[in-house]
Design a protein around this ligand. Sequence first.
Ligand SMILES: O=C(O)CCC(=O)C(=O)O
Ligand SMILES: [Fe+2]
Length: 313
Amino acid sequence: MSLLKELPIINFSLEDLKPGSSSWVSTCKHVRYALEEYGCFIALYQQVSPQLMDNIFAQCRDLFQVPLENKVKNTSEEPYRGYIGPKPLMPLYEGMAIDNVTCPQETQKFRDLMWPQGKPKFSEITDLFAKLLADLEHTVEKMLFESFQIPQEQYESLASSNTHLLRFLKYRAPEDSDTIVRFPSHTDKNLTTIVVQHDVGGLEVRTKDGDWITVEPAPSQFLFLAGDGLQVWSNDRVKACHHRVKHCGDKTRYSLGMFTFNNGVFQVPKELVDESHPLLYNQFDSRGFIRFYSTEEAKKAEFPIKTYCGVKN
Ligand SMILES: O=C(O)CCC(=O)C(=O)O
Ligand SMILES: [Fe+2]
């Protein structure tokens, strides 16, 4: 029987949430517990105001109205970082992404591609939203390092090769049935992700016992989840969270994903290896893994990260 039917909610809006304060120390423990037990948690984060949420989702709706010939200009040399249109496995899905979104030049470049005639407020709203979510991600990761007693310099070193990608997502309503899965179960291939829902829910996460928990959209709540990269970094202490999008009724659903990508090569910290946690992964090239993931070998593998860089016994 599962005891894990509700996701932990962790408050990141406390005024004294600064390194060294008592609320910082206790939040570090909650972050570690939640990630070890669930691979995810709900972050309560009032720094993103309801007004900002309405604004970013209004921009998101407008974005999907642009002609397809503009959408396809959203390209990238890296897999999964540009426009993705409906596919046989996800016929209702469409997504566009701004890579390196915390650089204002990138949001402006994206805006000019999508709206050559101009688009008031797009960059301003997106820059503010991206900055706030990147701050949340930094805080969570800093806390995770601290909770495992890993020196902060190591956090700074990992973070210096991280970038953030903001993906705008649209799921059309199905014509026939409302039970169709909009995004099948998967783990994210990057380090960590923050999923943002607004008025239409449908997001579900899988527990260790294989049960599914629905994540309802709620004001100031954001789902923080571990991707495959964090599983490798943590030597399997944190497992990448399986999630999917299901049951959103007969409405078009918009959501946002803030994906943290590591663009370097890292090793499991020595603090996370001991007799009861033998080293499970060799050095990990995060971009290499994402490229590997699109190969036939990876598609056949039960656990692509283990095939890619698992320590062979
Ligand atoms: O739309 C959502 O809520 C989730 C999207 C997702 O899981 C993804 O893009 O990897
Ligand atoms: Fe995902």
